[in-house]
Design a protein around this ligand. Sequence first.
Ligand SMILES: CC(C)(COP(=O)(O)OP(=O)(O)OC[C@H]1O[C@@H](n2cnc3c(N)ncnc32)[C@H](O)[C@@H]1OP(=O)(O)O)[C@@H](O)C(=O)NCCC(=O)NCCS
Length: 232
Amino acid sequence: MEGKWKEKGTDRMILKDIWLDVKAVQERDPAARNALEVLLLYQGVHALIWHRFAHWFYKHKMFFAARLISQIARFFTLIEIHPGAQLGHGILIDHGCGVVIGETTVVGDNCTIYQGVTLGGVGLNKGKRHPTLGSNVTVGAGAKILGSFEVGDNCTIAANAVLLKPLQDNVTAVGVPARAVKIDGVPIPKKEKNLVTMDHYCKMEERIRQMEETIASLQEELASVREKENAE
Ligand SMILES: CC(C)(COP(=O)(O)OP(=O)(O)OC[C@H]1O[C@@H](n2cnc3c(N)ncnc32)[C@H](O)[C@@H]1OP(=O)(O)O)[C@@H](O)C(=O)NCCC(=O)NCCS
């Protein structure tokens, strides 16, 4: 997966990217009706349009203008994409409210990102500190991917998962911290957990009862031995 996705650089046309984002919504959001409606009424698409321009300014080292555009976008869409983030084409930001995408994040082509997702860093170090997503990655609502590592192509991060480690291609990860539960759509067998069940508890109770009986009979024997000794 390393190095698979690379930004196409200045040869990438912003208008084409915007069109591919609109198409992505039409293809992957069952509620979407037509391209005009998507273009006018989907704030995920608006955030991406603003970002495509902000990123252009960022790449040309006009950082203030880039940041200004991203802040305006945030104001109108509630989606915060740092102008430095590198986004592929065909991205769907569904619903979008509360999405935060950090400066050194890379998102591959045809990824789907739901509301409340954070693609963030840990710590205060400068340099690459945000995740790199491959292509066709789905990040469920409220999921957090934190740190500078790679998430393979076709991965799915479950809603509300917190992913802190890299993932190979085609993995589904769930939970906090996120763990792989499927590879290539096939469930990973669960490890047997050493749980105390009711059965264990009943057996333990039976053994304690037997031990109590044994102790009681030993005490009786001891008492009668002592009695005999005293009598002699
Ligand atoms: C992860 C997800 C894609 C399901 O993938 P799947 O391949 O169908 O996986 P399954 O439903 O078979 O679940 C596999 C295991 O993960 C668990 N799981 C699934 N989603 C989970 C979640 N969000 N959090 C914790 N565990 C989860 C399941 O309980 C199951 O565990 P089990 O094997 O112990 O029963 C889906 O649950 C999800 O979170 N999608 C995000 C969708 C979203 O955010 N929509 C927002 C729309 S507005």
